[in-house]
Design a protein around this ligand. Structure first.
Ligand SMILES: Nc1ncnc2c1ncn2[C@@H]1O[C@H](COP(=O)(O)OP(=O)(O)OP(=O)(O)O)[C@@H](O)[C@H]1O
Ligand SMILES: [Mg+2]
Length: 416
């Protein structure tokens, strides 16, 4: 790893701003260089559609709630955070950067690597697009290719091949404003599947080549890893909300009832559900209740789950890297909790598939061992391994003080 690493007692925080939930984590680096989560908050997301902020006022308020809870449980304020970003406006391209190490050559430093990456990221972009992340695929030192970490090696010319992730400036700005309006500085923005990969992929999978898919409520973020680095990323505008929508319209119930039903009784493979199993569920209309056959529920879910697996498969094929990922697919994000999804996907894609959840690299007394928390935990690890790349933006309002004031104001009776 060539990025900056973090020192003991340093605080590393995460804000995973999703379509359905916002997660705020406050962590500290211990003397062994390991992360311990000391505060966690979760709120129902608002103002986002398919991973993108569409109402900054609502999104800012939802983010504030998660931050407040994390601060309350940690007993410290969140001054800065690594923030997840997703949405169909995001794309990735390959780029190169070169650093001349002088006529006599010298040993490569971490600064040289950063300079090469900065050059790779400095590509000309249309005025309405911005760079989000630049991640090294491989370094080349003189004529030696495929180097993971050239720091300390002797050479004359350092070259990096990198993946550059870019997004629409307006979408990036809307998200960053929601964070800054909460008085929190942005340590770095991180593409959601790249964050999740930090938390769930094993060393073996990364070395072999693997596809990570974070399936949330509004997006399915795909990142294709070859030789330990992300070579391609893509954000599909599909997720759990499609399942919820289908179940609610076919079974004629509210979206809330449909989501609760899917979470509790959903299955991706109808043949695994007993033919006569029934459950009581909500319904529109006079009765307000209905009896649902679990197999019928699974049939509705199955159609969408197959479509999702096919979309992921065609995305990986389109990238042209499908022959380079023998470790198959790791599914994470909330939808990965759907029973039967990994088997269904393995059958459809004919690849090995497993469900990934945070792999225990971060200590926590909060229960974060669920695919839903892959991105939030991954943001902390991204910060630990790669260090901050602040976006030179200062919070526009005094942060914690204002949040606390807002909280007390919210307790006062509303005056007309
Ligand atoms: N057991 C389950 N079976 C099927 N779907 C589930 C299950 N549990 C949660 N989900 C779905 O997962 C989704 C939430 O996932 P997650 O928390 O990863 O989304 P998010 O991060 O808020 O959204 P996004 O990343 O798309 O912006 C919801 O649509 C929810 O219905
Ligand atoms: Mg998410």
């Amino acid at each position: 790893m060539t990025g900056a690493t973090s020192g003991a007692n340093e605080t590393i925080n995460a804000l995973d701003v999703g379509t359905s939930k916002v997660v705020a984590l406050i962590s500290q680096v211990d003397e062994r260089g390991q992360l311990k989560v000391i505060g966690a908050g979760r709120s129902v997301s608002q103002g986002l559609r398919k991973g993108t902020v569409i109402n900054t006022t609502d999104a800012t308020a939802a983010i504030a709630k998660a931050i407040e809870e994390a601060e309350r449980t940690a007993g410290v304020t969140m001054e800065s955070a690594y923030v997840s970003i997703s949405g169909a406006h995001i794309s990735a391209i390959g780029s190169k950067g070169v650093v001349d190490l002088g006529k006599n050559g010298r040993r490569v430093t971490a600064e040289d690597c950063q300079k090469a990456l900065d050059q790779a990221g400095g590509i000309a972009l249309p005025h309405n697009r911005e760079m989000i992340n630049v991640v090294a695929r491989q370094y080349k030192l003189d004529d030696k290719e495929g180097i993971d970490n050239p720091v300390g090696s002797m050479g004359y010319r350092l070259e990096v091949e990198a993946t550059v992730v870019t997004g629409a400036s307006s979408n990036i700005q809307n998200l960053t404003n929601c964070i800054l309006d909460n008085g929190v500085r942005i340590s770095d923005l991180v593409l959601e599947p790249l964050a999740s990969a930090e938390a769930v992929l094993s060393r073996e999978e990364l070395s072999a080549g693997v596809v990570l898919v974070d399936i949330g409520a509004g997006t399915a973020g795909v990142a294709i890893y070859i030789d330990k680095a992300p070579w391609q990323t893509h954000c599909l505008e599909v997720g759990g909300q499609y399942l919820v929508h289908d179940v609610s319209s076919v079974l004629r119930m509210s979206q809330e009832s449909a989501e609760a039903l899917i979470r509790q009784f959903g299955h991706a493979l109808p043949e695994r559900v007993p033919v006569d199993a029934e459950v009581r569920a909500g319904a529109f209309g006079q009765e307000g209740q209905q009896v649902v056959r679990r197999r019928v529920l699974a049939e509705i879910i199955n159609a969408r789950a197959e479509e999702l697996a096919d979309l992921i498969l065609s995305e990986v094929k389109r990238s042209g890297y499908d022959g380079l990922t023998p470790a198959g697919v790791v599914l994470t994000g909330g939808v990965a909790q759907l029973p039967g999804l990994s088997d269904l996907s393995a059958t459809r894609m004919r690849w090995p598939v497993r469900i990934g959840q945070p792999n225990g690299a971060v200590a926590s007394t909060f229960d974060l061992n669920s695919p839903e928390y892959a991105a939030a935990v991954g943001l902390l690890l991204w910060g630990l391994h790669r260090g901050a790349k602040p976006r030179n933006l200062e919070p526009v309002r005094p942060g914690p003080g204002k949040r606390i004031l807002d909280y007390f104001k919210s307790l006062l009776p509303i005056s007309s």
